[in-house]
Design a protein around this ligand. Sequence first.
Ligand code: ADP
Ligand code: ADP
Length: 233
Amino acid sequence: EPLITIKDIGRKYVIGTEIIHAIKSVSLTINKGEFVALMGPSGSGKSTLMNILGCLDTPTKGDYILNGINVSQMTENQLAEVRNSEIGFVFQTFNLLPRNSALDNVALPLVYAGVSKEQRQERARQTLENVGLGHRVDHRPNELSGGQRQRVAVARALINNPSIILADEPTGNLDTKTSIEIMGLIEDIHDKGNTIILVTHEEDIAQHAHRIVRMRDGLVENDYVNPNIQRVD
Ligand code: ADP
Ligand code: ADP
């Protein structure tokens, strides 16, 4: 059963008398456990599509069905609820709270989920261990390297067991060696059964994905299985 079904969605922006079709028409099916790279030139609609997939925005036409629920017509509050339970976000700029420890940053989504403090700390500690940061739980972001900060962000994305991990240029601020390490971590997470959608400009980064979707001018130009991935299934 597909995890994501989008049917002929569009997203237009109206600015004065001008209409911008950021997404003209996109249809996609993504199954549970897929690892998809979303590519395309600047302005092709990647961010707009990721915002819709992440329930930060809704399409102006068409339907988005996530885990069997049609989210295309939802209100802000309903979308926020779906986001908290279904989506884990990883950003280029990490987006960590600077004054909080790694542990508190990772535990934060559980505050909104109403989990007790003891449980939050226990789960955050375990999740930080799972991303290789068990020895850095009390450090603040500015006491961590870029790669370690991104590991904290990945742990925060994972802590609610979301249906989908959306990663927007997760290696965009990292050097090559650290980028490879973070992609290794994302592969491990995928191997555990998680569904991953990754936006990247970089071909080498996209090559970690099992499927590559290329956008151009608000349309899907190309959608194919990555021939360079050795399939184990
Ligand atoms: P990409 O992420 O591939 O660079 P975007 O989704 O950001 O593409 O943008 C697609 C098109 O939609 C571009 O022409 C962009 O200028 C326009 N666009 C994106 N967001 C907005 C917005 N909030 N208001 C108006 N136009 C927008
Ligand atoms: P990126 O391509 O790295 O996502 P952009 O520069 O395309 O960054 O967009 C940055 C922000 O500005 C996004 O939130 C996008 O929705 C918004 N945006 C992009 N183009 C426009 C536009 N023409 N008018 C208004 N907002 C825009």
